[in-house]
Write a protein that binds this ligand. Structure first.
Ligand SMILES: Cc1ncc(COP(=O)(O)O)c(C=O)c1O
Length: 550
């Protein structure tokens, strides 16, 4: 149907609204000239009319007389020459069918993790949030935030949704936007898996990618860019999942009650990763209201603020923060446990292989915590761990052996990069580095002091994360620059640095180090995502001379 004219206040059936290309609301059955002009301008093949009783009929007849092809939607029996009369109510037997995908959000199942939890005495149950129609726990707050914005008049027909999101909230919002005809723009950091970006674009959303390495208040940060877009685009609405109380509320009204009912009120411990904190806060509020003794435990990447970190980068996606969002309520959380990237990734892979449940990295973080606390629990204890999303979005990361090896999470058979590094002076030497604000003159002294030719430039202190390495300086590059412009010696390293050294995992074979050193004079060694040393051609030659083997 090209246009549906709604007469007066009627309960518009979803099926009709969905099938109309345009909706027009009028107060009564008067076919005003402006209405006829508007309808004719659309050159319609079908104009639907729906409304209460006589007024709708009057309008249908008037529009028909004006030469428009009219269909009247009514449950009243009637025949009008030249007008199709179609019943609103489907008279057949009711079918088991949802009105739209949005009606399928929530009501996810619980499943036992008995294989992974074989050593625990307690019940270990997983809440499978990846079975939501958009593939993650974020469908719940996304739908709730948009429903609330529409109710409050903050978002309306032709509007645009703008949100900074690392992917899953974006999918939730994109599903709602597609069904309700909103434009969608998502702003996200560059560490997000490329599959997630393609996924959002597949739903018709626009994606803006920003650097991860800048502070949240920086104008290029993904938080700042989304604020600017929301200000500049007319009719734009930013749900702001980090402050919007409909985010935790959606879990208080759905996820929490579902878990309580599914466990027959027997739940004793709830474990979830913390991103915005919406999930854990909302679920905690509901569960604690039923039984204040239920323990609420957050699972957090090492480095994130929730478990006492300073917001240093880590590799797990979707959880942990470098600031305190308004959607996290620490008063309802009993404990937060920090988990390394290695433990998160290896646990996610275990769940996938041992249970046949393909889960994302943040599920690995949560299950690791559940296994950790479960060791001290009794047979009557019931632990529920929330699985936020599936591993489908991470096939090129934690499920890719090459990616894991490059970050130093896997160890090859035979001599490895770690063995070469270990031979440098008998033990793994501390990583020599400079900061971007140090003077070039001081970087040169450092190169001379340690008799090295290059040094990584890093923006934090040891132990570092890979994302904190911002570049490198080489004696050759500095010499050339200083020859042309001697003033650079008293300027910061950040202005004269080259791109970062190529990286290699600590467990990768020596043969790969040889290959990488053909293209670069030095390589940066990563151990479980942390830079631990630099290898040069002479380091590898010394190693080969000492061991006589690769
Ligand atoms: C993969 C993944 N896990 C966990 C979470 C955490 O959920 P919440 O923001 O409700 O704390 C998110 C949130 O974006 C996520 O994307």
């Amino acid at each position: 149907m090209d246009v549906l004219v709604v007469v007066g206040a009627v309960d518009l059936p979803q099926r009709l609204a969905a099938r109309a290309r345009h909706l027009t609301h009028v107060d009564d059955g008067e076919a005003t000239p402006s209405l006829i002009v508007e309808l004719r301008s659309r050159i319609p093949r079908e104009v639907g009319v729906i409304g209460a009783g006589a007024e709708a009929k009057k309008l249908a007849i008037a529009l028909h007389r004006a030469g428009l092809p009219v269909t009247l939607h009514t449950d009243d029996e009637m025949h009008i020459d030249g007008i199709d009369v179609v019943p609103i109510t489907d008279r057949g037997a009711p079918m088991a069918v949802a009105q739209s995908l949005l009606d399928l959000v929530g009501n996810t199942p619980l499943v036992r993790l008995d294989v992974v939890g074989r050593d625990l005495g307690c019940h270990l149950l997983a809440k499978l949030e990846f079975l939501n129609p958009g593939g993650s726990v974020k469908d719940r707050p996304a739908l709730a935030m948009i429903d609330a914005a529409e109710r409050q008049g903050l978002l309306g027909p032709g509007g645009t949704i703008v949100e900074p999101t690392s992917g899953n909230t974006g999918v939730g919002l994109a599903i709602v936007a597609a069904r309700r005809r909103y434009r969608c723009i998502f702003v996200m950091p560059d560490k997000v898996a490329s599959e997630k970006i393609s996924l959002l674009r597949a739903y018709g959303a626009e994606v803006v990618v920003c650097p991860t390495t800048v502070a949240p208040e920086h104008p290029d940060s993904y938080y700042s860019v989304s604020d600017r877009l929301a200000r500049e685009i007319p009719g734009a609405y930013k749900p702001n999942q980090y402050q919007n109380q409909d985010n935790p509320l959606s879990h208080e009204l759905s996820t929490g009650p579902e878990i309580w009912q599914q466990t027959a009120g027997r739940i004793t411990h709830f474990v979830a990763g913390v991103g915005t904190g919406g999930t854990i806060t909302g679920v905690a509020r509901y569960l604690k209201a039923q039984n204040p003794a239920i323990q609420i435990i957050g699972a957090d990447p090492e480095g994130s603020v929730y478990s006492g970190g300073t917001g240093r980068p880590y590799l797990v996606e979707g959880i942990g923060e470098d600031f305190w969002p308004g959607t996290y309520d620490p008063s309802v959380i009993d404990r937060v446990v920090a988990v390394s990237d290695r433990d998160s990734f290896l646990t996610a892979r275990r769940v996938t292989r041992e249970e046949g449940i393909l889960v994302g990295g943040s599920a690995g973080t949560a299950v690791w915590v559940a296994l950790h606390i479960g060791r001290d629990l009794q047979p009557s204890d019931v632990v529920v761990v929330l699985i936020p999303d599936s591993g489908r979005g991470y096939l090129s990361k934690l499920y890719d052996e090459k990616w894991l090896a490059d970050f130093g999470f896997l160890r090859a058979i035979g001599h490895t990069v770690g063995d070469v590094l270990g031979r440098k002076g008998g033990r793994i030497p501390e990583l020599i580095h400079v900061h971007p604000d140090e003077l070039v003159r001081d970087a040169i002294s450092l190169l001379r002091e340690f008799e090295i030719s290059q040094v990584p430039v890093v923006k934090a202190e040891l132990p570092l994360s890979a994302a904190e390495v911002v570049g490198a300086v080489h004696d050759r590059g500095l010499m050339e620059r200083a020859f042309h412009d001697p003033t650079i010696l008293d300027r910061p390293v950040g202005e004269s640095m080259d791109p970062a050294l190529p990286a290699i995992g600590i467990g990768e074979p020596v043969s790969l180090a040889v290959e990488r050193l053909e293209a670069s004079p030095a390589i940066l060694v990563l151990d479980a995502g942390h830079p631990v040393g630099v290898l040069t051609r002479s380091d590898v030659l010394n190693f080969l001379a000492q061991t006589g083997t690769t």
